[in-house]
Design a protein around this ligand. Structure first.
Ligand code: DQQ
Length: 462
Protein backbone atom coordinates (compact mmCIF):
# COMPACT_ATOMS: atom_id res chain seq x y z
CA UNK A 1 0.00 0.00 0.00
CA UNK A 2 1.39 3.40 -0.81
CA UNK A 3 2.44 5.54 2.13
CA UNK A 4 0.86 9.02 1.85
CA UNK A 5 3.44 10.52 4.21
CA UNK A 6 6.43 9.35 2.21
CA UNK A 7 7.73 12.22 0.06
CA UNK A 8 7.76 11.57 -3.70
CA UNK A 9 9.85 14.30 -5.23
CA UNK A 10 12.30 14.91 -2.40
CA UNK A 11 15.26 12.57 -2.68
CA UNK A 12 15.29 9.57 -0.30
CA UNK A 13 17.09 6.22 -0.29
CA UNK A 14 15.07 3.19 -1.39
CA UNK A 15 14.45 2.34 2.31
CA UNK A 16 15.74 2.76 5.86
CA UNK A 17 17.81 5.57 7.32
CA UNK A 18 19.40 8.65 5.72
CA UNK A 19 20.98 11.73 7.28
CA UNK A 20 23.60 14.22 6.02
CA UNK A 21 24.24 14.89 2.33
CA UNK A 22 27.86 13.95 1.53
CA UNK A 23 30.30 14.18 -1.36
CA UNK A 24 28.25 16.47 -3.61
CA UNK A 25 30.00 16.80 -6.94
CA UNK A 26 29.26 17.38 -10.60
CA UNK A 27 31.15 14.87 -12.70
CA UNK A 28 30.99 15.31 -16.47
CA UNK A 29 27.34 16.17 -17.00
CA UNK A 30 25.94 14.43 -13.92
CA UNK A 31 25.34 15.48 -10.34
CA UNK A 32 26.36 12.96 -7.69
CA UNK A 33 24.67 12.97 -4.33
CA UNK A 34 26.12 10.80 -1.56
CA UNK A 35 24.57 10.59 1.87
CA UNK A 36 24.88 9.12 5.36
CA UNK A 37 22.95 5.89 5.29
CA UNK A 38 22.08 2.89 7.41
CA UNK A 39 20.96 0.38 4.79
CA UNK A 40 19.71 -2.12 7.40
CA UNK A 41 17.18 -0.22 9.50
CA UNK A 42 15.28 3.06 9.71
CA UNK A 43 17.42 4.38 12.56
CA UNK A 44 20.93 5.83 12.86
CA UNK A 45 23.55 3.06 13.12
CA UNK A 46 26.70 1.69 11.38
CA UNK A 47 27.04 4.55 8.97
CA UNK A 48 27.57 3.67 5.32
CA UNK A 49 27.40 6.10 2.43
CA UNK A 50 24.54 5.91 -0.06
CA UNK A 51 24.83 7.23 -3.62
CA UNK A 52 22.58 8.56 -6.39
CA UNK A 53 23.07 10.41 -9.66
CA UNK A 54 21.07 12.95 -11.63
CA UNK A 55 21.33 14.74 -14.95
CA UNK A 56 18.92 17.52 -14.03
CA UNK A 57 19.11 17.95 -10.21
CA UNK A 58 15.55 16.69 -9.98
CA UNK A 59 15.34 13.07 -11.15
CA UNK A 60 17.67 10.63 -9.37
CA UNK A 61 18.90 7.12 -10.07
CA UNK A 62 20.14 5.02 -7.16
CA UNK A 63 23.66 3.58 -7.40
CA UNK A 64 25.37 0.87 -5.32
CA UNK A 65 26.55 1.67 -1.81
CA UNK A 66 29.95 3.35 -2.24
CA UNK A 67 31.41 3.15 1.29
CA UNK A 68 30.97 0.42 3.90
CA UNK A 69 32.84 0.24 7.22
CA UNK A 70 35.91 -2.03 6.91
CA UNK A 71 36.26 -4.47 9.84
CA UNK A 72 39.52 -3.73 11.63
CA UNK A 73 40.03 -0.56 9.57
CA UNK A 74 40.03 3.09 10.69
CA UNK A 75 36.35 3.35 9.68
CA UNK A 76 35.30 0.04 11.29
CA UNK A 77 32.56 1.73 13.30
CA UNK A 78 31.28 3.94 10.54
CA UNK A 79 31.99 6.07 7.50
CA UNK A 80 30.88 9.50 8.68
CA UNK A 81 30.33 12.70 6.73
CA UNK A 82 32.75 13.94 4.08
CA UNK A 83 33.10 15.53 0.68
CA UNK A 84 34.23 14.78 -2.89
CA UNK A 85 36.88 16.46 -5.02
CA UNK A 86 38.32 16.05 -8.48
CA UNK A 87 42.00 15.15 -7.93
CA UNK A 88 43.50 15.66 -11.40
CA UNK A 89 40.75 13.62 -13.01
CA UNK A 90 40.35 11.07 -10.20
CA UNK A 91 37.13 11.29 -8.17
CA UNK A 92 38.17 11.27 -4.52
CA UNK A 93 36.17 11.10 -1.30
CA UNK A 94 37.54 12.45 1.99
CA UNK A 95 35.48 11.39 4.99
CA UNK A 96 35.63 10.68 8.72
CA UNK A 97 36.21 7.14 9.95
CA UNK A 98 35.23 6.25 13.53
CA UNK A 99 36.15 5.55 16.35
CA UNK A 100 38.26 7.53 17.27
CA UNK A 101 37.44 10.19 14.66
CA UNK A 102 40.10 10.17 11.92
CA UNK A 103 40.09 11.32 8.30
CA UNK A 104 40.19 8.83 5.42
CA UNK A 105 40.33 8.88 1.64
CA UNK A 106 38.87 6.71 -1.13
CA UNK A 107 39.18 6.93 -4.92
CA UNK A 108 37.21 5.62 -7.87
CA UNK A 109 38.78 4.42 -11.13
CA UNK A 110 35.55 3.38 -12.80
CA UNK A 111 33.52 6.56 -13.05
CA UNK A 112 32.34 6.85 -9.43
CA UNK A 113 30.83 3.38 -9.18
CA UNK A 114 33.23 1.51 -6.91
CA UNK A 115 35.63 3.06 -4.42
CA UNK A 116 39.01 1.92 -3.13
CA UNK A 117 40.15 3.11 0.28
CA UNK A 118 43.72 4.41 0.41
CA UNK A 119 46.20 2.02 2.10
CA UNK A 120 47.66 5.03 3.94
CA UNK A 121 44.39 5.71 5.79
CA UNK A 122 43.88 7.48 8.09
CA UNK A 123 45.37 10.50 6.34
CA UNK A 124 44.73 12.64 9.44
CA UNK A 125 45.17 10.35 12.42
CA UNK A 126 43.90 12.61 15.20
CA UNK A 127 43.56 16.12 16.58
CA UNK A 128 46.56 18.48 16.61
CA UNK A 129 49.07 17.33 19.18
CA UNK A 130 48.29 18.40 22.72
CA UNK A 131 44.96 19.89 21.68
CA UNK A 132 41.83 18.83 23.53
CA UNK A 133 38.81 19.00 21.21
CA UNK A 134 35.07 18.28 21.45
CA UNK A 135 34.87 16.69 18.00
CA UNK A 136 37.07 16.05 14.98
CA UNK A 137 35.02 15.23 11.92
CA UNK A 138 33.30 16.11 8.62
CA UNK A 139 36.15 17.26 6.31
CA UNK A 140 35.29 19.80 3.60
CA UNK A 141 38.04 20.24 1.02
CA UNK A 142 38.73 22.82 -1.70
CA UNK A 143 41.56 23.88 -3.96
CA UNK A 144 43.51 26.96 -2.87
CA UNK A 145 46.31 28.01 -5.23
CA UNK A 146 48.55 24.98 -5.72
CA UNK A 147 47.45 23.35 -2.46
CA UNK A 148 44.44 21.63 -1.02
CA UNK A 149 42.71 23.17 2.00
CA UNK A 150 40.39 21.40 4.42
CA UNK A 151 38.19 22.42 7.33
CA UNK A 152 37.10 20.05 10.06
CA UNK A 153 34.21 20.40 12.47
CA UNK A 154 35.48 20.66 16.03
CA UNK A 155 35.40 22.71 19.22
CA UNK A 156 37.45 23.60 22.28
CA UNK A 157 36.10 22.56 25.70
CA UNK A 158 34.57 25.47 27.66
CA UNK A 159 35.32 27.86 24.75
CA UNK A 160 33.05 26.91 21.85
CA UNK A 161 32.67 25.23 18.46
CA UNK A 162 35.46 25.64 15.92
CA UNK A 163 36.46 24.95 12.33
CA UNK A 164 40.06 23.70 12.04
CA UNK A 165 42.08 24.54 8.94
CA UNK A 166 44.52 22.11 7.31
CA UNK A 167 46.56 22.23 4.09
CA UNK A 168 48.09 19.57 1.87
CA UNK A 169 49.99 19.34 -1.43
CA UNK A 170 48.49 15.93 -2.30
CA UNK A 171 45.41 15.09 -0.16
CA UNK A 172 47.55 12.58 1.78
CA UNK A 173 50.02 14.64 3.82
CA UNK A 174 48.13 17.24 5.82
CA UNK A 175 49.48 19.89 8.15
CA UNK A 176 47.43 21.76 10.72
CA UNK A 177 47.37 25.49 10.04
CA UNK A 178 45.23 26.57 13.03
CA UNK A 179 41.60 27.35 13.82
CA UNK A 180 39.89 29.03 10.87
CA UNK A 181 37.20 30.32 13.21
CA UNK A 182 36.21 29.77 16.86
CA UNK A 183 32.70 30.41 18.21
CA UNK A 184 31.36 31.42 21.57
CA UNK A 185 29.96 28.44 23.47
CA UNK A 186 26.97 30.48 24.70
CA UNK A 187 25.97 31.51 21.19
CA UNK A 188 26.92 28.71 18.82
CA UNK A 189 27.41 25.68 21.04
CA UNK A 190 30.32 23.50 22.10
CA UNK A 191 30.93 21.62 18.84
CA UNK A 192 30.49 22.43 15.17
CA UNK A 193 29.51 19.64 12.78
CA UNK A 194 29.70 19.66 8.99
CA UNK A 195 31.54 22.95 8.28
CA UNK A 196 31.46 24.18 4.67
CA UNK A 197 33.69 27.09 3.59
CA UNK A 198 33.61 28.92 0.24
CA UNK A 199 33.56 32.30 -1.45
CA UNK A 200 30.23 33.89 -2.35
CA UNK A 201 30.06 37.30 -4.02
CA UNK A 202 32.75 39.42 -2.39
CA UNK A 203 32.66 37.54 0.93
CA UNK A 204 33.41 34.16 2.39
CA UNK A 205 30.77 31.94 3.93
CA UNK A 206 31.23 29.43 6.73
CA UNK A 207 28.29 27.09 7.21
CA UNK A 208 28.13 25.22 10.50
CA UNK A 209 25.77 22.74 12.16
CA UNK A 210 26.38 23.44 15.82
CA UNK A 211 25.73 21.08 18.72
CA UNK A 212 23.51 21.27 20.66
CA UNK A 213 21.57 23.82 18.54
CA UNK A 214 20.67 21.35 15.77
CA UNK A 215 19.98 24.13 13.27
CA UNK A 216 22.28 25.04 10.39
CA UNK A 217 23.82 28.52 10.49
CA UNK A 218 25.76 30.59 8.01
CA UNK A 219 28.40 33.14 8.88
CA UNK A 220 29.54 35.59 6.20
CA UNK A 221 32.71 37.64 6.49
CA UNK A 222 36.35 37.99 5.51
CA UNK A 223 39.06 35.38 5.00
CA UNK A 224 42.55 36.75 5.62
CA UNK A 225 45.80 35.19 6.79
CA UNK A 226 44.19 31.81 7.45
CA UNK A 227 41.47 33.23 9.69
CA UNK A 228 37.82 33.82 8.95
CA UNK A 229 36.21 36.85 10.62
CA UNK A 230 32.41 36.70 10.57
CA UNK A 231 30.44 39.90 10.01
CA UNK A 232 26.86 38.60 9.71
CA UNK A 233 25.15 35.42 10.70
CA UNK A 234 21.77 33.78 10.18
CA UNK A 235 19.79 30.56 9.97
CA UNK A 236 19.84 28.84 6.60
CA UNK A 237 16.30 27.68 7.25
CA UNK A 238 14.11 28.91 10.10
CA UNK A 239 11.76 25.90 10.09
CA UNK A 240 13.73 23.88 12.64
CA UNK A 241 14.27 20.72 10.55
CA UNK A 242 17.14 21.34 8.14
CA UNK A 243 20.51 20.16 9.44
CA UNK A 244 24.02 19.29 8.25
CA UNK A 245 23.70 20.91 4.79
CA UNK A 246 26.43 20.60 2.18
CA UNK A 247 27.22 23.03 -0.63
CA UNK A 248 28.82 22.31 -4.02
CA UNK A 249 29.73 24.50 -6.96
CA UNK A 250 28.39 23.41 -10.34
CA UNK A 251 29.61 24.02 -13.89
CA UNK A 252 27.57 27.23 -14.07
CA UNK A 253 29.26 28.59 -10.95
CA UNK A 254 26.13 28.08 -8.85
CA UNK A 255 26.56 27.28 -5.16
CA UNK A 256 23.99 24.53 -4.66
CA UNK A 257 22.94 23.31 -1.24
CA UNK A 258 21.09 20.26 0.07
CA UNK A 259 20.31 19.59 3.74
CA UNK A 260 19.03 16.69 5.77
CA UNK A 261 15.36 17.16 6.78
CA UNK A 262 14.96 15.42 10.12
CA UNK A 263 11.80 13.61 11.15
CA UNK A 264 9.24 15.10 13.54
CA UNK A 265 7.68 11.88 14.78
CA UNK A 266 8.89 9.27 17.24
CA UNK A 267 11.22 6.33 16.62
CA UNK A 268 8.38 3.85 16.74
CA UNK A 269 6.50 5.62 13.94
CA UNK A 270 9.72 5.83 11.90
CA UNK A 271 10.33 2.12 12.48
CA UNK A 272 6.82 1.23 11.30
CA UNK A 273 7.18 3.42 8.21
CA UNK A 274 10.47 1.74 7.29
CA UNK A 275 12.13 5.01 6.30
CA UNK A 276 13.58 8.02 8.06
CA UNK A 277 15.22 11.19 6.77
CA UNK A 278 14.57 13.22 3.63
CA UNK A 279 16.89 15.37 1.53
CA UNK A 280 15.80 19.00 1.06
CA UNK A 281 15.19 20.30 -2.43
CA UNK A 282 18.34 21.71 -4.03
CA UNK A 283 18.69 25.43 -3.31
CA UNK A 284 20.93 28.01 -4.90
CA UNK A 285 22.71 30.33 -2.49
CA UNK A 286 23.49 33.96 -3.16
CA UNK A 287 24.83 36.87 -1.16
CA UNK A 288 22.58 39.86 -0.55
CA UNK A 289 23.97 43.40 -0.41
CA UNK A 290 23.63 43.42 3.40
CA UNK A 291 25.88 40.36 3.73
CA UNK A 292 23.09 37.89 4.47
CA UNK A 293 22.58 34.72 2.43
CA UNK A 294 19.52 34.08 0.25
CA UNK A 295 18.46 30.61 -0.86
CA UNK A 296 16.13 29.83 -3.72
CA UNK A 297 14.84 26.54 -5.06
CA UNK A 298 16.65 25.81 -8.34
CA UNK A 299 14.62 26.53 -11.52
CA UNK A 300 15.11 22.91 -12.67
CA UNK A 301 12.42 21.95 -10.15
CA UNK A 302 9.82 23.27 -12.61
CA UNK A 303 10.35 19.98 -14.46
CA UNK A 304 8.35 18.29 -11.72
CA UNK A 305 5.16 20.17 -12.65
CA UNK A 306 2.65 17.71 -14.06
CA UNK A 307 -0.70 19.47 -14.11
CA UNK A 308 -1.86 22.98 -13.32
CA UNK A 309 -4.57 22.67 -10.69
CA UNK A 310 -5.25 26.35 -10.13
CA UNK A 311 -4.31 29.60 -11.88
CA UNK A 312 -6.27 32.72 -10.91
CA UNK A 313 -5.92 36.11 -9.31
CA UNK A 314 -8.48 36.63 -6.54
CA UNK A 315 -9.33 38.45 -3.34
CA UNK A 316 -9.80 36.85 0.04
CA UNK A 317 -12.19 38.62 2.38
CA UNK A 318 -11.86 38.76 6.12
CA UNK A 319 -13.33 35.70 7.80
CA UNK A 320 -13.69 33.74 4.55
CA UNK A 321 -11.91 30.38 4.33
CA UNK A 322 -12.47 29.18 0.79
CA UNK A 323 -11.38 25.61 0.14
CA UNK A 324 -9.65 25.61 -3.22
CA UNK A 325 -10.54 23.06 -5.83
CA UNK A 326 -6.87 22.26 -6.03
CA UNK A 327 -6.00 19.67 -3.45
CA UNK A 328 -3.32 17.10 -2.91
CA UNK A 329 -0.27 16.05 -0.95
CA UNK A 330 2.28 16.56 -3.71
CA UNK A 331 1.97 20.19 -4.74
CA UNK A 332 3.80 23.37 -5.61
CA UNK A 333 2.07 26.65 -4.78
CA UNK A 334 3.19 30.04 -6.03
CA UNK A 335 1.41 33.07 -4.68
CA UNK A 336 1.98 36.80 -4.93
CA UNK A 337 -0.24 38.85 -2.66
CA UNK A 338 -0.78 42.25 -1.05
CA UNK A 339 -2.41 42.62 2.35
CA UNK A 340 -5.34 45.05 2.14
CA UNK A 341 -6.24 45.62 5.75
CA UNK A 342 -5.71 42.01 6.95
CA UNK A 343 -3.88 41.67 10.26
CA UNK A 344 -2.96 38.06 9.46
CA UNK A 345 -3.53 35.93 6.40
CA UNK A 346 -2.23 32.78 4.82
CA UNK A 347 -2.85 29.24 3.68
CA UNK A 348 -4.01 26.02 5.28
CA UNK A 349 -2.25 22.97 3.83
CA UNK A 350 -2.80 19.24 4.25
CA UNK A 351 -6.13 20.27 5.74
CA UNK A 352 -9.14 18.10 6.51
CA UNK A 353 -12.59 19.36 5.43
CA UNK A 354 -13.47 20.43 8.96
CA UNK A 355 -10.05 21.91 9.68
CA UNK A 356 -9.30 19.55 12.57
CA UNK A 357 -6.09 18.73 10.76
CA UNK A 358 -4.19 21.53 9.00
CA UNK A 359 -0.74 23.05 8.84
CA UNK A 360 -1.04 26.82 8.55
CA UNK A 361 1.41 29.17 6.88
CA UNK A 362 0.55 32.55 8.38
CA UNK A 363 1.78 36.02 7.57
CA UNK A 364 1.56 38.51 10.46
CA UNK A 365 1.41 41.90 8.77
CA UNK A 366 2.30 44.24 11.66
CA UNK A 367 5.22 42.08 12.77
CA UNK A 368 6.29 41.29 9.20
CA UNK A 369 6.68 37.70 10.29
CA UNK A 370 6.12 34.38 8.60
CA UNK A 371 4.77 31.69 10.91
CA UNK A 372 4.46 27.93 10.51
CA UNK A 373 1.65 26.83 12.80
CA UNK A 374 1.47 23.07 13.44
CA UNK A 375 -0.88 23.14 16.41
CA UNK A 376 -3.30 20.97 14.41
CA UNK A 377 -1.00 19.38 11.85
CA UNK A 378 -1.82 15.87 12.97
CA UNK A 379 -4.29 14.04 15.19
CA UNK A 380 -1.31 11.87 16.19
CA UNK A 381 1.18 13.01 18.76
CA UNK A 382 4.25 14.59 17.31
CA UNK A 383 6.24 17.78 17.21
CA UNK A 384 3.83 20.76 17.22
CA UNK A 385 6.36 23.50 17.78
CA UNK A 386 5.51 26.74 16.03
CA UNK A 387 8.27 28.41 14.04
CA UNK A 388 8.49 32.04 13.00
CA UNK A 389 10.91 34.22 11.11
CA UNK A 390 11.27 37.82 9.98
CA UNK A 391 10.00 38.39 6.45
CA UNK A 392 9.60 42.01 5.32
CA UNK A 393 7.15 42.79 2.53
CA UNK A 394 8.76 43.99 -0.69
CA UNK A 395 6.85 46.94 -2.22
CA UNK A 396 3.90 45.87 -0.08
CA UNK A 397 3.98 42.34 -1.52
CA UNK A 398 4.60 38.86 -0.23
CA UNK A 399 5.76 36.26 -2.69
CA UNK A 400 5.48 32.68 -1.51
CA UNK A 401 6.72 29.51 -3.12
CA UNK A 402 5.62 26.42 -1.26
CA UNK A 403 6.40 22.76 -1.86
CA UNK A 404 4.15 20.15 -0.22
CA UNK A 405 5.42 16.58 -0.45
CA UNK A 406 3.73 13.97 1.77
CA UNK A 407 5.13 14.96 5.16
CA UNK A 408 7.44 17.78 4.03
CA UNK A 409 6.52 21.44 3.53
CA UNK A 410 9.21 23.82 2.24
CA UNK A 411 8.34 27.52 2.18
CA UNK A 412 10.39 30.20 0.42
CA UNK A 413 9.24 33.81 0.94
CA UNK A 414 10.39 37.02 -0.74
CA UNK A 415 13.90 35.68 -1.28
CA UNK A 416 14.61 36.35 2.38
CA UNK A 417 12.98 33.64 4.42
CA UNK A 418 13.04 29.94 4.10
CA UNK A 419 11.17 27.59 6.44
CA UNK A 420 10.96 23.84 6.11
CA UNK A 421 8.70 21.82 8.33
CA UNK A 422 7.34 18.30 8.78
CA UNK A 423 3.67 17.48 9.08
CA UNK A 424 2.08 14.03 9.49
CA UNK A 425 -1.68 14.23 8.91
CA UNK A 426 -3.61 11.06 9.70
CA UNK A 427 -6.84 11.49 7.71
CA UNK A 428 -6.99 10.49 4.02
CA UNK A 429 -9.01 13.68 3.34
CA UNK A 430 -6.27 15.94 4.78
CA UNK A 431 -5.20 17.27 1.41
CA UNK A 432 -7.28 20.41 1.07
CA UNK A 433 -5.76 23.82 0.44
CA UNK A 434 -7.49 26.83 1.96
CA UNK A 435 -6.88 30.57 2.08
CA UNK A 436 -7.72 32.80 5.01
CA UNK A 437 -7.53 36.41 6.14
CA UNK A 438 -8.32 37.98 9.49
CA UNK A 439 -9.56 41.48 10.29
CA UNK A 440 -9.29 42.69 6.70
CA UNK A 441 -8.70 41.37 3.21
CA UNK A 442 -5.80 40.35 1.06
CA UNK A 443 -5.46 40.66 -2.67
CA UNK A 444 -3.84 37.81 -4.58
CA UNK A 445 -2.12 39.14 -7.71
CA UNK A 446 -1.56 35.54 -8.70
CA UNK A 447 -2.06 32.09 -7.27
CA UNK A 448 -0.84 29.05 -9.15
CA UNK A 449 -0.88 25.46 -7.96
CA UNK A 450 0.64 22.46 -9.68
CA UNK A 451 0.56 18.77 -8.97
CA UNK A 452 4.14 17.53 -8.97
CA UNK A 453 5.53 14.20 -10.14
CA UNK A 454 8.17 12.06 -8.46
CA UNK A 455 11.96 12.23 -8.51
CA UNK A 456 12.77 8.72 -9.74
CA UNK A 457 14.70 8.80 -12.98
CA UNK A 458 12.97 6.82 -15.70
CA UNK A 459 14.48 3.44 -16.59
CA UNK A 460 15.85 5.07 -19.71
CA UNK A 461 17.95 7.20 -17.36
CA UNK A 462 17.24 10.90 -17.45
N1 DQQ B 1 26.31 13.12 11.15
C1 DQQ B 1 27.46 12.34 10.83
C2 DQQ B 1 28.62 13.06 11.44
C3 DQQ B 1 28.13 14.44 11.53
C4 DQQ B 1 26.69 14.28 11.91
C5 DQQ B 1 27.27 10.95 11.36
C6 DQQ B 1 25.81 15.45 11.61
O1 DQQ B 1 29.77 12.93 10.65
O2 DQQ B 1 28.87 15.21 12.44
O3 DQQ B 1 26.17 10.33 10.76
O4 DQQ B 1 24.47 15.10 11.46
Amino acid sequence: MSDPLRPRYHFMPPANWMNDPNGLIQWKDEYHLFYQHNPYAPHWDTMHWGHAVSRDLVHWRHLPIPLTPTPGGPDAEGCFTGCAVNDAGVPTLIYTGVHPEVQCLARSRDGLLTWQKDARNPVIAGPPQGQEVTGFRDPYVWREGDQWALVLGSGFPRVGGAALLYRSPNLIDWHYVGPLCVGDIEETGHNWECPNFFGLGDRHVLIISPQPLRQALYLTGDYNQDRFTPRSQGLLDAGGYLYAPQVMIDGNGRRLMWGWLQEGRDDEAQGEAGWSGVMSLPRELSLRADGTVASRPVPELQRLRQATLYDEARKVRSGAQPLLEARGRFLEIEMVCRPQGAARFGLGLLRSFDGHEATRIIYHVAREQLIVDRERSSLDNGDRERHQAACPLVDGRLQLQIYVDGSVIEVFANDTTCMTTRSYPTLPESQQVTLFAERGGVSLDSLRIWRLGDCDASPAGL
